[in-house]
Design a binder for this molecule. Structure first.
Ligand code: GNR
Ligand code: NI
Length: 173
């Protein structure tokens, strides 16, 4: 996989991360190419998921692979939550758009999602555990929401300053 196929990941507090994505109109060559580049970018960054929003494409598309072996790619196009369990659990989350920051977020334990797969075929996915957490985290991105927005405004402010400072320093070096 060549370097030029990798996409740049937007970093919080970039305002573009708060864009609400529109549905994918058709699963065509442009979308298939984007899916391939999103997987390359996600695997390169050692992430378990990546939403199109994070690469500045504001369409309802996410790629996921929660497997240890990194061999279970999953594509969700125009995903909609059909059901979310009322039982929730708080778990530690991170985000490729918020590097180095990890904190607890409460999520439904299980979800059922309707989406198109990478070939444009309708699918229903029943997920629990890490996959359920990841799907909810990615679908938040498509709505313009980053996990830090679940934290206190004090924490959000600290995270913003820390990342702005880190990006300033990275720019100078
Ligand atoms: O790589 C990621 N790990 C992760 C860990 C706990 C909860 C959610 C995630 S998703 C994240 C990749 C990412 O930022 N996807 O948007
Ligand atoms: Ni994320």
């Amino acid at each position: 996989m060549n370097q030029s196929t990798l996409l740049d990941i937007l970093r919080y507090p970039d305002p573009r991360l708060h864009t609400v994505a529109r549905p994918v109109a058709a699963v065509d060559d442009r979308i298939r190419g984007l899916i391939e580049r999103m997987f390359a970018t996600m695997y390169d960054a050692s992430g378990i998921g990546l939403a199109a929003t994070q690469v500045d494409v504001h369409e309802r598309l996410v790629v996921i692979d929660v497997s240890e072996e990194r061999n279970q790619p999953m594509v969700l196009i125009n995903p909609e939550i059909e059901w979310a369990s009322p039982e929730k659990r708080k778990g530690e989350e991170g985000c490729l758009s918020v590097p180095g920051i990890y904190d607890g977020v409460e999520r439904s334990l299980a979800v059922r999602v309707r989406a198109l797969d990478g070939e444009g075929h309708p699918r229903v996915i029943e997920a629990e555990g890490m996959l359920a957490v990841c799907i909810q985290h990615e679908m938040d991105h498509l709505m313009g929401k980053v996990f830090v927005e679940y934290l206190s405004s004090l924490k959000q402010g600290r995270i913003k300053s820390k990342l702005v400072k880190a990006q300033r320093e990275a720019m100078r070096s």
